[in-house]
Design a protein around this ligand. Sequence first.
Ligand SMILES: Nc1ncnc2c1ncn2[C@@H]1O[C@H](COP(=O)(O)OP(=O)(O)OP(=O)(O)O)[C@@H](O)[C@H]1O
Length: 266
Amino acid sequence: MSLVTTPGALAPLNERPRLLTMDRVDKVFGGDVVALRGMHLDVNEGDFISLLGPSGCGKSTALRLIAGLMQPTAGRIDWEGGQHRGDLGVVFQEPTLMPWATVAQNVSLPFRLRGKSHSSVRDDVKEALDLVGLGKFANSYPRELSGGMKMRVSIARAMVTHPRLILMDEPFAALDEITRFKLNNDLLELKQKIGCTVIFVTHSVFESVFLSDRIVVMAARPGRVIREVQVDEPYPRDEDFRTSADYAAHCRAASDALHEAMGDAA
Ligand SMILES: Nc1ncnc2c1ncn2[C@@H]1O[C@H](COP(=O)(O)OP(=O)(O)OP(=O)(O)O)[C@@H](O)[C@H]1O
């Protein structure tokens, strides 16, 4: 099965089928650190959601809960129709590649963890690498790649199993600005091609507006959603959007919400 889906316009935001719901989720660490309190989030198929908020507001905790890496203290996370193996791909801030393995072997890891041989998934790996523009680097080692290329490998590894949902925790934060812009553009192109849903954690208002159609703004102590900013602008988005008055207006709205989250409403 190909990763690339038939291109088609996304349904309007409020008409997309539900993928999962975080329902009144609390997460308390060590009995007294309330990382999240009553977090509610509806995630719909095809959404590109950014979680935006100050340090410590629980963005990564929310992502880890959705990933099933830990359990909520209270509340529920429900996948519509149940969660199936391979529904989820995760990209962290660090590319977390195995240095002793080639790029192709790194990308095939999710399959190998399921007992499939590298040779049986060669075509899937090749397609994922072609999609992130690294088709020629299949036999290279991570040490031979730039930071941006390593992150592309990490993205290819996350999507090679055709997940319905990709979780990304500040994947581009450590990259220089030009590489970051380029990867933002490429990520949108990729998402359009494979038609998945993305939840993306970022500190950057500009990045969240460029990428997302929904920005979920969170506040800290306790971590909670305080506002949702919709960026109801068509995809594909390009440099014209990045320099448009509409983009500036959305950035202003997201920035105001972020100030509110930080307790200093503009
Ligand atoms: N494993 C843990 N044990 C104890 N406290 C934790 C743990 N993980 C997170 N926390 C606390 O929960 C709160 C939310 O942390 P989290 O990392 O989710 O925030 P964040 O919004 O992702 O922050 P940042 O933007 O700085 O990465 C913080 O107060 C943090 O110290």
